[in-house]
Design a protein around this ligand. Structure first.
Ligand code: CP3
Length: 344
């Protein structure tokens, strides 16, 4: 195995002392990068995801062009519904859609479960290839969607602001919802283990729509499955949980087997530290829209963010994915500001 030269992220996840926080950005490989747009013009979305050479090239772009301290494999959380037998379309300007949604017991019974993770060989191949191409420059992050977030898409059939159909399903047919969540959990665990074996140094679980749930419903429909995943992976790789919007769950999640928790910008760093009793590594939480501010403002806000979290037990990141409207030099300013950080 090639030793990792810049291993700040892994050291931070092990709670070792670091000279500065590591920095990466959720959705760092994507549409704000001109070179990504060139590949996007040539190949459709799932071709980019399913071709290891393309996925690898896209994964490396932000390492080389923005200077982040970690690579996150180019893929999508919706490869899991695909592996379970559901069709997923990615329409330009519209986002993902699933023509056939989950409504009944029959729909759940028809999902592929045994060996579903085996059909995602292209992800493992992309990870091994990227690991080779990185040649130890920075760690490689694997990922999956959290069961609740995947259920949201499987039931709703497309993105939503309120996830009313998904919530109606969960609140009116809880037994079916739990069956579905458990099936997704099982596959996700196998999938993440295979990602680790293919070269992922750490994995992040994106619960992007966790915050659509009340604290009580998060405990029923999201938390148990996040904990199962963190427990199952703990001896393989450090796990970062990102339950966006669910600040209320920070205390309990900080007592889980996860190595880190991602938080969004709706919670103050000091309060997040207080809730987690400084027990766990926190990741976040710069408002992605704030990357539109003038560069000196970005740098000032980054410094304030690190002052508030502290250098140790911390991973600098955004509070959600970077959006296509961010100028590349603003993304670079965010990363540079973390690298230049000095305590007064
Ligand atoms: O750099 C990286 O972080 C790796 C790439 C990555 C993508 N999707 C590529 C992508 C990651 C980590 C994801 C995760 C993902 N996908 C999430 C969780 C993160 C989050 O933002 O909450 C979610 C909810 C999805 C589902 C999804 N995929 C949506 C809602 C969309 C359309 C809207 C959007 O954000 O673009 C996608 C498509 C998608 N996935 C694109 C990219 C670069 C854009 C489509 C394209 O470039 O053709």
């Amino acid at each position: 195995m090639i030793p990792i030269k810049n291993d700040l992220l892994l050291r931070a996840l092990r709670k070792e002392t670091v000279e500065r926080p590591p920095v990466w950005m959720m959705r760092q490989a994507g549409r704000y990068l001109p070179d990504y747009l060139k590949l996007k013009a040539k190949y459709d979305f799932f071709t980019r995801v399913q071709t290891p050479e393309l996925a690898c090239a896209i994964t490396l772009q932000p390492i080389e062009q923005v200077g982040v301290d970690a690579a996150i494999i180019f893929s999508d959380i919706l490869v899991i519904p695909q592996a379970m037998g559901l069709e997923v379309l990615m329409e330009e300007g519209k986002g993902p859609s699933l023509p056939k949604v989950i409504e009944t017991q029959k729909d759940i019974d028809a999902l592929i479960t045994d060996g579903a993770e085996d059909s995602l060989r292209y992800v493992y191949d992309a990870l091994s290839l990227t690991k080779r191409e990185l040649n130890g420059r920075v760690p490689l992050i694997g990922f999956a969607g959290a069961p609740w977030t995947i259920l949201c898409y499987m039931v709703e059939g497309k993105g939503s602001k309120t996830w009313e159909k998904a919530k109606q399903f969960a609140y009116t047919q809880p037994l079916l919802a739990h069956q579905l969540l458990q099936k997704i959990t099982q596959i996700t665990i196998s999938y993440l283990k295979l990602q680790a074996r293919a070269g992922a140094d750490t994995v992040q679980v994106f619960d992007s729509w966790a915050g659509s749930l009340s604290p009580a419903d998060f405990k029923i429909f999201a938390q148990p499955y996040l904990l199962q995943i963190a427990d199952a992976l703990k001896d393989e790789v450090p796990v970062i949980l990102f339950p966006k919007g669910s600040w209320y769950a920070l205390k309990e999640l900080s007592e889980s087997s996860a190595a880190g928790i991602g938080i969004d910008w709706c919670i103050a760093p000091e309060f997040a530290r207080q809730l987690t009793n400084n027990k766990i590594v926190l990741q976040g939480n710069f408002d992605p829209a704030k990357l539109l501010a003038p560069i000196p403002e970005i740098k000032k806000a980054v410094k304030e963010m690190i002052d508030a979290f502290g250098v140790q037990n911390y991973i600098a990141n955004l509070g959600h994915g970077i959006t296509p409207n961010i100028p590349v030099d603003h993304a670079r300013a965010f990363v540079d500001a973390v690298k230049e950080y000095r305590q007064d």
